[in-house]
Design a protein. Structure first.
Length: 52
């Protein structure tokens, strides 16, 4: 997978993560750690895509 593909997948992983967290908590925000874990599970986590 190229870096661009991984970045696009990481970005796309944040949307369903946000929706899932909203449905669970009613809050329109979520911890970045939660999205990072989703990306790890999906195989699109990369240091360059998740730089702080």
């Amino acid at each position: 997978m190229t870096r661009c593909q991984a970045k696009a997948q990481a970005i796309n992983a944040y949307m369903p993560t946000g929706i899932a967290e909203f449905l669970k908590t009613g809050e329109s925000k979520f911890a970045d750690k939660v999205a990072r874990e989703t990306c790890k599970k999906l195989g699109c986590y990369g240091e360059t895509n998740h730089a702080t």
